[in-house]
Design a binder for this molecule. Sequence first.
Ligand code: BDR
Ligand code: CA
Length: 322
Amino acid sequence: MAERPAVPVIIDCDTGVDDALALLFAVRHPGLDLRAVTCVAGNTDVDGVVRNTLTVLERAGAADVPVARGAERPLLEPARIAHWHGTDGMGDLGLPAPDRAPVPMDAVTLLRREILASPRPVTLIPTAPLTNIALLLRTHPEVTRNIERIVFMGGAVGPGNATAVAEFNVWHDPEAAAVLLTAGVPITMYGLDVFTRVVVPGADVRRLRASAEPGTRLAGDLLAHRPPARGTAPRDEAAGGLGDAGAVCAVADPAGLTTRRVPVEIALAPGPARGQTIVDLRGRAGESELHDGERERPLVDVGLDVDVERYVELYLSTVERR
Ligand code: BDR
Ligand code: CA
């Protein structure tokens, strides 16, 4: 059987411990062709994100992938960087500064260039607040003609993490997320409901950490920084969640993610619901629609279930090059 050509992908990230896990996977998966990485403020400030991203790519043996600096802050709000990723955004692992600089163009320009230059339609994988992507879609809407789909880590059907109802990436820039949903290309939401479930057992994390290969060892160290159950005593102390890397697994192996195409809206009003992804799983008209008619709402393929073992095995075999 003829081998399928690698899927051209671009990751827009806020590296970030789990963004780093996503980059390591994307670089090493033979079915993915990582054409560029763009950076945005989120887990740390944008300059820290650029530094972390360059360092991770060097460790992974992918120092030639172009990296660009993007938005310093969300469209409307000030940047509110995350507290979960250490003071450097990378779990304070003491990683060295990178040897190279980002490309001399902003993230939106690099995204446009790489999307339009790709011989096959690109899959965009945002694993961060959606500011760069919104700016791209508003500045260069023609890019959608060469975007296959967008698989983003963000949102939640159930509880949030930044607030009771809002997931961090959407909460950080809700207006940008609302722009993303109306991009007019197929969109998959890899939300918190599946994101939190894909956890690598402690025995595997320990094996990765003992590896002599720098990229594999880095994956282990990063996973060790991601306890599966924050704030509670986990049963397997050494286990670590894949986080954003799960969204990249969903591109490499879509069959591991069960999705349903349903209307999704972002709550934009100030107040306790701001940043919530309102996922309509009802499947039929309610009294509101019967009285007032249907509103036009974007349809999104929302991740509702994930084959945890399949993605853990996929991740390990890829990062360890088994
Ligand atoms: C998201 O927030 C960030 O801290 C993680 O990198 C992930 O993209 C989870 O809510
Ligand atoms: Ca992230």
